[in-house]
Structure formats: structure tokens, C-alpha cells
Design a protein around this ligand. Structure first.
Ligand code: ARG
Length: 595
């Protein structure tokens, strides 16, 4: 039970006892007690004046007096206006420490039976992953882990856009200019090789367009008339008709891309339970279009195209099927939404997609509701902002976006330099050094991206992200490693948890602050899960690391004179290490034992 749940519960009991009124504990408003007053938690008593028929102050005093007499956990109280500040007894906090220490999996809720699907990553197969995908992958993976900890059954899914004009462009350029080049022959990762031809297509195409424009053709016309574009469209048509040759080239090149993606996913430490391919789903939406027409939710224009009018919802008309009968992006998403639901019957379905698609998802969810899909209430767009780099930093080979593989390598290299400079890693065997640099570099990258609210645009600063003194992943890792060295005794760390006798202890401020935070872990998981926001966990872990460091700095642990105090502080250290390690795990971040 969290402290909030506990105090809300006794408040409801007190209201029932004093005023004979039944209120739900969840309706009680609780705040952390303001720093200038004594107390751990504050009950807002204004709402109860309608039961007490007394002033807020008197009501608060009445509640406090009853609680103090009735519940040994309430040690003292004071009242400021209608705010009842409660001081919770040391015995209560010490009991929490014992309970947390004894629990196998403190903070983790057991399965509630609810199911959620998290779609994330969902790349196109014409080029490698970039910095934006990194944010996407880290968010998706972390939210999945957090929801799992909060009791959901989670399905991580990836919807790969493996078909369409974009991939045909890469295929065509490879066919024309590639000279049979393969990832092996070129020594280039498959996704990068395919990306190279996508860029080449674009260059050659632009040359053709400007030739036509120089010859006097208007630009719009030239863009459509350029032979390369016509050929690419021709190729797409042949793909749709199942042309053997095109399909086998498509399979070959996508195969290269998948190998490349897998490598990047492994480095990022993310994975999927289900992969959907648009080549297998892009026709599905057409059934829903038919249904919408039958139900009168959609309408057909004179040219045969199908639309929905969303003006009553403050949006505009939206195309669902082109006049030639081909589907558009949203048609496919209607189809895949239905497919996902038919496959899994989940209660919630989350789409981790950048905020440039906010409008798309508003429309998508609205249409599904209008089609009468009750499950559409469970759809959620986890929208996130762009990631920038300080100017002049690492553009990709293609010069437009920051390449994911390059950035990962750079971060690991930075971790290597930093760690060696600080003179910490020299004694480790080489293999362990390599592992350490990888863990530190990835933690720097991941933590910096995850500590920010997903909605916010962010600037990724590689140097800041790796600072051992900063609000960073490596700072938290370092705190963990420090605790592990505290716990080490006689060359190892004991498996069994340390026990202590609470009866002989009283808490100082550093201990109490630490316990309050440790006791919050469960609540933080719940809050992060409810808001799909890993930043809540990330910031909590930073607070915890700072609070532990203060405790460590100002209180002897192994050197405490009283053996009971020593055991208690060791126990606090064990719990802190455990929560840091599991909390970082929920962010997809590993912690090293030594640093
Ligand atoms: N492949 C798309 C892109 O790269 C993202 C797909 C997002 N998911 C979805 N169900 N629409 O922009």
C-alpha cells in the first residue's frame, strides 16, 4: 500500500466515524506537505466542512485529533488553515522498509487481465533509422515495460511500411545504377545500402526535372513527366500485379533492410512480439470503406472517390478512396486497426508516432468511432516532439537527418573517452571495458531522450547527456555502482537481504527522505503507466539517486557504530540499488556493477 492510499483510507474511515458519511478514499485530496511546515502528507479538509458544519480549521483539527488517537501511524499533526499536516510515525516508515525489503518484486503489480498493444517504430523500408526513430523506439519500448509493471499484458508491435512508391524508387535506382552491388560486396549495412539508392534516385530525378524545366516545361508538369518518376510508378503497378521479377527484387532489397534494422534494434535493446507488414495489410481498409458507405457514414463523389465529412467535428472532408479505387494512408490504418483488434481483442491500443501525424490520428480514431467500433475508445496516439541536435552536429551521410547507427557509435565512443579519462575503467579486463562503454553510452542517449515529456520537442546534447555530474543516465548508473560497492563485503554481495530490528531505531531526516522516495516507486510506476510517460520514472530515479547520495555522504553505513543502525542502512542501500536497477530497466537502461 502506498502512503497516499493509506492516508486516503484512514481519512475516509475518520469521516465515517465522525460524521457518519461515506466517501470514497480516491475522492480525498492529498498533497505533499509544504517544506515550511512539519509533516509528511497533507489532507485538504475544505471539502469536509459540509459534513462537519464547522470552519475548515476546526474540521482539520477534529480530523487530526481523531486520527492521532485512533491510528498509531499518525505520530503528530498540525493545522494551517484548512490543511491538515500529518506526521507519520517512524514505526510506519520502518515497517514499509521491512515490507519492501521482504517483497520479491516490490512495486510490480500482478496481471489485472487488461491487455494493451503498443505499436512503435513502424519504419519505412527505403532508408535507415534516424534520430527521430530512436526517440520513438525508446518511448515505445519503455512504455511497454512500464505498462507491464503496472499489470497489463502487453503486445509490442511494429507496423513496417514495406511497400509503395518510396521503396520502388530505391529498387529502380539500384536496378539502373547499382551494378549488382550488395551489402556484402559494398561492405555497407543493408538498410544503408538501400538508403543510398533512395538518395541516388532523388538526385537523378532532380536532374531530369531541371533538364525538362530548362527546355521550357513548367515545373509541376516536369515533375510528373520525368522518366524516372514514370518508371517508378510503373514499377509499383507491376508490384501490385504480382510481377515475379519486381517482387523478387523487392524481397531481396527489403531483406537487406530488415537485416540492417535488426542490427539497430538489437543495439537499442528493443524488440517486438508482432510485426505487421503493410504489403499484407494495405488492402484491408477497403472493406471498412464499403461498410462506411453502406452505413451512410461515408459518401461518394461524382468522380467515384469516397470521402467522409467531418465538418461537424470541426475538421474537414477527408479522402478515403481515390477515384481510381486505390487506398490512401488512412484507409490502410483503418484496416490495420481492425486487424490488430481481431487478432488480440486488447483493451487499449497505443500508437507511438511523431506529432506531425496528430491530425491523422484524430481523424482515424473519429472515423472508427463513427463506424460504431466500441473498442475505438481504447485507442491512443502517443504523440512526441522532434529531436534536434546542436547545430553543426553529425548530419547523416545523406546530409539531412541524423543517422541512428552513427549516433549510437558516437555515444559509445564518447563513453569510452570519458570513462578512461576519469581513470575508472583501466583495471577491468578488456571485454568488461567494452561492455561498460556500451552501457554508459547507451544510458546517456536513452536517459536524455526519456527524461523529457514525450510531447516536448528536445535538443539532444551528446556532451551534456554523458556528464557524470549532471541530470543524466550515467550519473544514476554511477550511483548504482557506488551502492554496489557499499554492499560488497568480503569480496562479494550477499544474496539474502539484510534484516534489522525496527524497535530500537529512530529515523533522521536523510533516512526518512530516502524511505519516502523508496516507498513511492509503486506510485510512480502507476503514474507513468497512466500517462504513458517514461519521463516520470526517469525524473524519479534522478531524485532517488540524489537523495541516496546525500544520505551516503552524511551518514556512515558500514562504519555506523550501532550494529542495528548499520544493518538498517545497509538494508536501505540494498533497496535503493534494487529500485534503481529495476526502474532503469523500465526505461530500457542497463546498470553496470562497477564503473
Ligand atoms: N511508417 C509511417 C512513417 O514512417 C509511420 C506509421 C505509423 N503507424 C501507423 N499505424 N500509421 O511515417
Amino acid at each position: 500500500m502506498t502512503i497516499t492510499e493509506f492516508v486516503a483510507g484512514i481519512t475516509a474511515e475518520t469521516i465515517a466515524a465522525l460524521y457518519n458519511e461515506t466517501i470514497s478514499p480516491s475522492s480525498v485530496t492529498l498533497n505533499e506537505t509544504r517544506k515550511e511546515f512539519e509533516g509528511d502528507l497533507t489532507v485538504v479538509s475544505f471539502p469536509f466542512t459540509r459534513f462537519s458544519k464547522k470552519s475548515p480549521e476546526e474540521t482539520a483539527r477534529e480530523l487530526g485529533a481523531y486520527m492521532q488517537s485512533r491510528y498509531p501511524e499518525v505520530a503528530r499533526f498540525n493545522v494551517i488553515k484548512g490543511f491538515l499536516n500529518l506526521v507519520i510515525s517512524d514505526a510506519y516508515w520502518l515497517g514499509r522498509v521491512q515490507a519492501i525489503s521482504a517483497s520479491e518484486n516490490y512495486g510490480i503489480r500482478s496481471r489485472s487481465g487488461a491487455k494493451v498493444m503498443i505499436e512503435y517504430s513502424s519504419p519505412n523500408t527505403n532508408k535507415p533509422l534516424h534520430l527521430g526513430h530512436i526517440r520513438n523506439n525508446l518511448l515505445g519500448y519503455s512504455v511497454a515495460r512500464i505498462l507491464e509493471a503496472a499489470g497489463y499484458e502487453v503486445i509490442k508491435c511494429n507496423l513496417v511500411n514495406d511497400r509503395g512508391i518510396h521503396i520502388c524508387k530505391s529498387m529502380l535506382a539500384w536496378e539502373k545504377f547499382g551494378d549488382g552491388e550488395t551489402p556484402e560486396s559494398a561492405g555497407i549495412k543493408g538498410d544503408h545500402l538501400v538508403g543510398k539508392y533512395y538518395v541516388l534516385f532523388d538526385r537523378k530525378y532532380k536532374e531530369q526535372v531541371s533538364e525538362l524545366v530548362n527546355g521550357g516545361m513548367p515545373e509541376e508538369e516536369a515533375k510528373a513527366a520525368a522518366p524516372l518518376m514514370r518508371e517508378a510508378q510503373e514499377m509499383l503497378k507491376r508490384w501490385e500485379d504480382g510481377d515475379q521479377e519486381v517482387v523478387s527484387l523487392w524481397k531481396k532489397m527489403n531483406g537487406w533492410v530488415y537485416e540492417g534494422f535488426d542490427h539497430t534494434y538489437r543495439k537499442l535493446g528493443v524488440d517486438f512480439d508482432q510485426v505487421y507488414y503493410e504489403s499484407e495489410t494495405y488492402l484491408l481498409g477497403k472493406d471498412l470503406v464499403r461498410e462506411g458507405l453502406d452505413k451512410g457514414v461515408f459518401f461518394r463523389k461524382a468522380d467515384g472517390s469516397v470521402w467522409i465529412d467531418l465538418s461537424e467535428d470541426g475538421l474537414d472532408e477527408k479522402l478515403l478512396l481515390r477515384a481510381d479505387g486505390t487506398s490512401v494512408y488512412i484507409t490502410q490504418d483503418l484496416g490495420t486497426a481492425q486487424l490488430k483488434y481481431d487478432d488480440y481483442r486488447m483493451d487499449k491500443s497505443v500508437y507511438v508516432v511523431g506529432n506531425e501525424q496528430d491530425y491523422h490520428f484524430r481523424v482515424l480514431f473519429l472515423i472508427l468511432k463513427k463506424l460504431g467500433r466500441a473498442w475505438a475508445e481504447g485507442l491512443y496516439h502517443l504523440s512526441y516532439g522532434m529531436v534536434d541536435l546542436p547545430s553543426g552536429k553529425m548530419k547523416s551521410r545523406e546530409g539531412t537527418v541524423v543517422d541512428a547507427d552513427d549516433l549510437i557509435e558516437e555515444m559509445i565512443e564518447k563513453a569510452r573517452q570519458n570513462t578512461l579519462e576519469l581513470g575508472k575503467a583501466h583495471e577491468l579486463p578488456e571485454e568488461e571495458q567494452t561492455e561498460l562503454f556500451r552501457k554508459v553510452g547507451m544510458a546517456a542517449l536513452k536517459y536524455f531522450l526519456l527524461r523529457v515529456d514525450p510531447k516536448k520537442r528536445l535538443l539532444f546534447d551528446p556532451n551534456e547527456s554523458i556528464d557524470l555530474q549532471g541530470h543524466t543516465g550515467p550519473f544514476i548508473q554511477y550511483t548504482y555502482a557506488r551502492i554496489r560497492s557499499v554492499l560488497e563485503k568480503g569480496g562479494g554481495i550477499a544474496e539474502e537481504k539484510t534484516t534489522f530490528d525496527p524497535a530500537v531505531l529512530s529515523l533522521n531526516a536523510d533516512e526518512k527522505n530516502l524511505i519516502i522516495l523508496l516507498n513511492k516507486f509503486e506510485e510512480i510506476i502507476g503514474e507513468a503507466a497512466e500517462t504513458y510517460n517514461p519521463a516520470i520514472m526517469a525524473n524519479y530515479l534522478f531524485e532517488l539517486a540524489k537523495t541516496y547520495n546525500k544520505f551516503y555522504h552524511d551518514n556512515p553505513i558500514r562504519k555506523a557504530e550501532d550494529p542495528a543502525v548499520q544493518a538498517f542502512r545497509v538494508c536501505l542501500s540494498e533497496i535503493t540499488a534494487d529500485i534503481i536497477s529495476r526502474g532503469m530497466g523500465l526505461l530500457g537502461i542497463e546498470v553496470p556493477e562497477q564503473m
